[in-house]
Design a protein around this ligand. Structure first.
Ligand code: URA
Length: 255
């Protein structure tokens, strides 16, 4: 952040006025953003800024309004994709199976998927062309929680729920969900919601199978703060400012 005064010439390196950064991020008109600054609702690098005309580096300085992270100007694409069952989590499949690319006609911005879902799993897959972002989000050390909805065979009893919540040991090591609950029950099946912050292969299927409840269908419904919501199967949407800001915040807190 810098408070040196000069023009908004993009050739200059001394920064961009804070109210302009906020307005360009869609927070409101410049005037409305000045009022937010006056009211002490804007922070730069976690310090409240009430002075008008402060210049920041929009790519480096971290801006919050009312505690919500305002992402830097987008130089990359960030999309949510509702992957259908049967689609391979890859951009190109030598065996000719349906891939993510088939759902991105006309896009030439070299998107790739963040992590993977099993071919049989549907739901939220994030797509981007920001390598650093993708790497952090997929890296186990960032412990990004992912939410899954599993339809399993059999009705899970309380003892099984308790055992799973405490954690079980699979052949490749222990696993303990952040949260687990049975959300609906029928005669011979039930739906279980599981939040996990790790991504070993087939981890949800293996956990539930190990407890005698093979998975019939599996969907990912959230990645960190990003919810699948009502995004239709096979469709993509740009992440909103709030969603991207919340993801960046989560990655920052864990780095
Ligand atoms: N766990 C699984 O078993 N499959 C997935 O696709 C994701 C998590």
């Amino acid at each position: 952040m810098t408070d040196r005064d000069h023009t908004d010439d993009p050739a200059e390196t001394q920064g961009v006025r804070l109210q302009k950064v906020l307005a360009q991020a869609g927070v409101g008109s410049r005037r409305a953003c000045e009022i937010l600054i006056d009211e002490g609702r804007v922070e730069v690098n976690r310090r409240v800024v009430t002075e008008q005309g402060v210049r920041i580096d929009p790519d480096r300085d971290v801006v919050h309004v009312d505690g919500s992270r305002i992402p830097p100007p987008r130089r990359h694409a960030y999309l949510a994709f509702n992957k259908p069952r049967g689609v391979v989590s890859t951009m190109d499949d030598p065996e000719g199976r349906p891939t993510v690319t088939d759902y991105l006609p006309g896009r030439s911005d070299r998107l790739f998927h963040v992590g993977r879902l099993d071919t049989d799993t549907e739901g939220l897959l994030l797509l981007t062309n920001d390598g650093d972002f993708a790497h952090k989000l997929a890296h186990p050390s960032y412990e990004v929680p992912k939410t899954y909805l599993a339809q399993v065979t059999g009705v899970m009893d309380r003892a099984t729920v308790t055992r799973l919540r405490k954690g079980i040991t699979l052949p490749d090591g222990p696993v303990r969900p952040d949260r687990l609950k049975v959300v609906s029950r029928a005669a011979d099946k039930c739906m279980v919601e599981i939040v996990l912050h790790e991504g070993r292969n087939h981890i949800v299927r293996r956990m539930l199978e190990a407890m005698g409840h093979p998975v019939r269908r599996l969907a990912r419904t959230a990645v960190g703060p990003v919810q699948l919501g009502r995004l239709p199967v096979g469709e993509t949407k740009e992440l909103s400012r709030e969603e991207l800001g919340a993801l960046l915040e989560l990655l920052d807190r864990r780095s």
